[in-house]
Design a protein around this ligand. Structure first.
Ligand SMILES: C[S@@+](CC[C@H](N)C(=O)[O-])C[C@H]1O[C@@H](n2cnc3c(N)ncnc32)[C@H](O)[C@@H]1O
Length: 208
């Protein structure tokens, strides 16, 4: 067995063992209480999804957004997208208890505007994901351009009229700037469904 991480890594203000999927799941509510209503609000912000609708969970981690969407719409087809194989297998196990329509996709989400793999999608959800891909130590202009490229990647594999819903916090870029980046990337009907402190649910739609 490899050496355990130091327990004191969790004692600093921003500390924690966030890369460990099990640790992440048991600490998320304690460390970020707004994340739990955020998942719920994200699922509730979706338009009604018919059986067989294909939903991508972008940078799914342990699959919390996918699990919440599946709870609301048990007959959707899920695509779990993440670059971390350990997190992906936790996500697959979590949603696999409730559906067989789940496809894990171990890829790095493109950051150059290239199309997100695994489409076509009827909806893409991204929870606590975009800021993690864009990064924390980024200046405003660079963050705006990285968000725009990410939204271009997401838009391309959406079917006409399909939706992208984002649940995140504003640690990297303020909400208004994120919405503007979504519009610049070509999304229509861009709006915010919910906000609490620095957490929000927002989204947009590909033109039908
Ligand atoms: C904070 S976690 C969020 C996980 C999950 N969506 C949730 O809401 O609990 C961020 C996730 O982004 C993934 N990630 C970061 N950059 C990525 C990239 N370029 N491509 C794919 N996954 C990425 C990490 O592996 C991690 O699972």
């Amino acid at each position: 067995m490899s050496e355990l991480p130091n327990w004191r890594d969790n004692l600093g203000r921003d500390g924690g063992h966030w890369d460990d999927g099990r640790w992440y799941d048991i600490h998320l509510e304690r460390k970020m209480p707004q994340a739990i209503p955020m998942f719920e609000e994200l699922a509730m912000a979706l338009p009604p999804l018919p059986p067989g609708a294909r939903v991508g969970d972008l940078a799914c981690g342990t699959g919390n957004a996918a699990a919440t969407v599946l709870d609301a719409y048990p007959q959707v087809e899920l695509v779990l997208i993440d670059e971390d194989p350990d997190l992906l297998s936790i996500a697959q196990e979590k949603v696999g208890q409730f559906t067989r329509s789940v496809e894990p996709l171990r890829v790095s989400v493109p950051t150059d505007g290239a199309p997100l793999p695994g489409g076509p999608y009827d909806a893409v959800v991204a929870s606590l994901a975009l800021h993690a891909i864009v990064g924390h130590e980024v200046d405003r202009a660079e963050a705006e351009s990285r968000y725009e490229l990410l939204f271009q990647s997401i838009l391309e594999p959406l079917r006409p009229g399909a939706h992208c819903l984002v649940g995140d916090h504003v640690g990297t870029l303020d909400l208004y700037a994120q919405l503007k980046a979504m519009e610049r990337a070509g999304f229509a009907e861009v709006d915010c469904a919910w906000r609490q402190d620095d957490f929000f649910v927002a989204g947009g739609r590909k033109r039908p």
